[in-house]
Design a protein around this ligand. Structure first.
Ligand code: HEC
Length: 301
């Protein structure tokens, strides 16, 4: 009787230990506040955060070279590996890196478009972080940038001060199609980051908003996607734009390549625009038809 009591006590003590340890892990491990499933959609709408993955994956484990006039950069490891990724970062730290450019190593280079993600709604960025925490952790050291700017960290801080507009993100993203399309194009899917030319300081030239450039990221030509009839998408219907974002196919049955292909298909096996709900792509297309048409010819036209 006594023995069996002791035995059962031992078992329950053991159970208690297991319970304590799991409670401890729960308390110590950074708890993601967001919804990872919704976060996967945000990730897809963000073109699969493609700079952070190599062509052959793994997703988020660090990207290929990004050539800029200021040097070469490599997207960092955003998998939850505790040593080489963001596994040891709190949600707030990850959100700061995404929206304000404040990372553990100092202010980020503006190759990371934090100046656009600054407007990403609280809920979307929280869900995105929850999704990032579900990626398989990959141990891979970040590759240092090869920059041609003296005192780069100071330069990035100064750049942020001069060119990052700041602002306050909404707690929830707009839901009506037109404002939602504007929100996605500017703050999540960041069409503007590639399709708007940059000044010699690397800041977006807002007078040519979405009007394309011959010297886009990686030196690629990026087309004018304003509704200008001759040099932009004036003859495309909303459906044409949705089809392009969904399949990569243009109205003339040609396929987009390069960076546009990457944001549509996703990089390294992760989701891209193609996997985003069609209603979201419709909102983007609707908004694009309303931006001011700008006559601006790029060489690909
Ligand atoms: C990472 C850079 C990048 C991002 C982000 C990006 N694009 Fe593109 N886009 C390109 C490039 C480069 C091309 C040219 C591809 C080609 O020539 O095959 C292109 C082509 C296009 C075209 C074809 C236009 C034409 O005249 O052929 C459309 C439409 C388009 N993008 C719309 C968008 C929209 C809408 C978004 C946001 C939801 C977006 N893009 C985000 C780089 C980007």
């Amino acid at each position: 009787m006594c023995l069996s009591f002791a035995r059962s006590l031992r078992i329950s003590l053991c159970d208690l230990c297991v319970l304590c340890v799991s409670a401890l892990i729960f308390l110590v491990a950074p708890a993601a506040a967001g919804d990872a499933q919704r976060g996967r959609v945000v990730f897809a709408l963000a073109g699969g955060c493609g700079c952070h993955s190599g062509k052959d994956g793994p997703v988020g484990a660090g990207g290929e070279e990004i050539k800029t006039p200021f040097g070469s950069f490599y997207g960092s490891n955003i998998t939850p590996d505790p040593d080489t990724g963001i596994g040891g970062w709190s949600d707030d730290e990850i959100i700061a890196a995404i929206r304000t450019g404040d990372a553990r190593g100092g202010v980020e280079a503006p190759v990371m478009p934090y100046y656009l993600y600054v407007g990403m709604a609280d809920r979307d960025v929280e869900d995105l972080v929850a999704y990032l925490r579900t990626l398989p952790p990959v141990r891979r050291e970040n590759r240092a940038a090869e920059v041609s700017v003296p005192f780069p960290r100071l330069a990035y801080r100064a750049w942020r001060l001069l060119f990052a507009p700041g602002g306050v993100a909404p707690s929830e993203a707009p839901t009506d199609p037109l404002p939602r399309g504007r929100y996605l194009a500017n703050h999540v899917s960041i069409c503007t980051d590639c399709h708007t030319p940059r000044t010699r300081f690397g800041a977006p030239d807002t007078s040519l908003y979405l009007a394309g450039t011959d010297s886009g990221p990686g030196g690629q030509t990026v087309p004018n996607i304003t509704p200008d009839r001759d040099t932009g998408l004036g003859t495309w219907t909303e459906k044409d734009i949705v089809r392009l974002l969904h399949t990569g196919m243009k109205p003339d049955m040609d396929n987009v390549q390069g960076l546009m292909g990457a944001v549509i298909d996703g990089v390294g096996g992760g989701p891209g625009y193609a996997e985003a709900p069609e209603s979201e792509l419709r909102s983007i297309a609707k908004y694009l038809k309303t931006v001011p048409p700008i006559r601006h010819k790029v060489s690909g036209d």
